[in-house]
Design a protein around this ligand. Structure first.
Ligand SMILES: Nc1ncnc2c1ncn2[C@@H]1O[C@H](COP(=O)(O)OP(=O)(O)OP(=O)(O)O)[C@@H](O)[C@H]1O
Ligand SMILES: [Mg+2]
Length: 285
């Protein structure tokens, strides 16, 4: 069931001297099954935007439609929406509160009124999917490392069996191995469980590697919306707003300037490596 964001604005502290226009007339469709990367510099409105999608924040003007229905209309039941559109917050430690990890992950399914047996089953499956070792399942969530807490928070959302999984900077502060593990797991959710993914990230390399579509936010608006290739073709426009192309684009540009006839629009390390080898071969024949 697709989400449709219909011309929304959002103002924090409306009507006070502190008011902030965080979202400015955003219209965007989030169809089923896409892996969308949402990028933008700090303060551009990413976290505000994603909190709109499961009804946590209500737009100041405009509508959010879920399966064609306005989620803030009188009589709309938000409970199924909250299960279907799962949000892993930017600071997942704020999301953990039970005495042990397993109970924390079971909290969501319990709230859905599922049997204890089903809650246990879902929690275990979700924890296995996130790769949090079993030895931590009975630990207090507050005794886990940041990376482990993040896995526990993601498991809590996965246990709800969401159709749309939204992750707000899930890899910030993780080492490269932890980052790849989490992103591979998210990709797996898309490919094997047919989830729609919205990944908020500061890393252009991550979104280039994983996303089918990229939304670029700037000053509360969507500035670009396209495939990774379409967006990064315009990378000169990204630089003034504090963003950049993936590293590979800069390396390929450098090589091209220095005489190697490479195409510069290769966005992943594997694609760039293949392009460099191809160009070297071509030059040597
Ligand atoms: N609770 C709040 N009260 C008032 N203003 C807020 C609040 N939360 C965010 N803002 C402001 O709204 C704007 C958008 O913030 P938001 O957190 O959505 O940006 P972001 O793109 O997620 O940033 P980051 O990359 O740092 O996480 C910013 O100007 C921010 O200062
Ligand atoms: Mg944010």
């Amino acid at each position: 069931m697709a989400l449709f964001v219909d011309d929304i604005t959002y103002v924090y502290e409306k009507g006070t001297a502190m008011s902030v226009n965080a979202l400015n007339h955003i219209t965007v469709e989030i169809p089923d099954g896409q892996f969308i990367g949402l990028v933008g510099h700090t303060g551009s409105g990413k976290s505000t935007f994603v909190q709109m999608l499961n009804g946590l924040l209500a737009p100041t003007t405009g509508r959010i439609l879920w399966n064609g229905q306005d989620i803030h209309e009188d009589g709309f039941d938000k409970k199924p929406l909250r299960a279907a559109v799962g949000l892993v917050f930017q600071y997942p430690e704020h999301q953990l509160f039970e005495a042990d990890v397993l109970s924390d992950v079971k909290f969501g399914p319990r709230n859905l009124g599922l049997s204890e047996e089903e809650c246990e089953k879902r929690a275990e499956e979700a924890l296995l999917a996130t790769g949090l070792p079993k030895e931590f399942w009975k630990a207090s969530p507050f005794d886990l490392s940041g990376g482990q807490q993040r896995r526990a928070a993601i498991a809590g959302v996965l246990a709800m069996h969401p159709e749309v999984l939204i992750l707000d900077e899930p890899t910030a502060g993780l080492d490269p191995k932890g980052r790849d593990e989490i992103l591979d797991m998210v990709r797996d959710m898309k490919n094997h469980r047919k989830m729609t993914i919205l990944l908020v990230s500061h890393s252009m390399d991550d979104v280039a590697n994983y996303a089918d579509r990229i939304l670029v936010m700037n000053a509360g608006a969507i500035m670009m919306d396209g495939t990774p290739r379409e967006v990064f073709e315009r990378y000169r426009e990204l630089e003034p707003i504090g963003l950049s192309a993936p590293q590979t684009v800069y390396i390929l540009e450098y090589l091209k300037e220095h005489g190697l006839p490479v195409a510069t629009d290769r966005l992943t390390v594997d694609e760039a490596a293949a392009e460099i080898l191809r160009a070297r071969k071509q030059r040597n024949v």
